[in-house]
Design a protein around this ligand. Sequence first.
Ligand code: SF4
Ligand code: SF4
Length: 187
Amino acid sequence: MDKTVISPKTRNRKFLHKLEMRNVDVHACYQCGRCSAGCPIGDYFDMSVMQAVRLAAYGQEEKLLQSDIIWLCAACETCATRCPNNIDIPGLMDVLRELAVRKGVPADQQRVPAFHKSFLGSIRRWGRAWEVGLIAGYKLRSKDYLGDMGLGMQMLLKGKLKLSPHAIKGKTEIKDIFSGKGKEYDR
Ligand code: SF4
Ligand code: SF4
């Protein structure tokens, strides 16, 4: 991580306000490191989890949006469970991913957002994940046409992959949630 001096002027207050609205209290962090020590995939990140939380507390949205931590985080919740201050670190990653997509910040790990888009596209359309459609969407987006082909064939032969989609009853309600009409389902 570079050592750019962070002054109150360079803080992104809009970003901090967004975190506040989502109850992600990054200011409660006292850098104990329990989150970083417990993260099962922390070795693959380009910054530690506690560094990400500290950058967020400083309102350093841009640095975070360019980091691969926001795409590699598996939302396993281990960090949040270990945090003595109950900081919702997976929630922080969610906010950052949303911002990256909305602002068109290219992801360092292109395959991860390709998977997210394909997964959500399947949920939006069928109300559930239809694996074959999801895989096809992912392959087209990621251009990883041959990866995991052997595994896919094995699953197909064992009947684990259904060739035709199976929609759920509440498909319309799911579509409404995606279109923003689904607020009544929150109650
Ligand atoms: S566990 Fe919580 S308090 Fe400790 S460094 Fe991580 S976010 Fe901060
Ligand atoms: S939620 Fe993300 S950052 Fe937290 S422990 Fe899991 S993978 Fe690591």
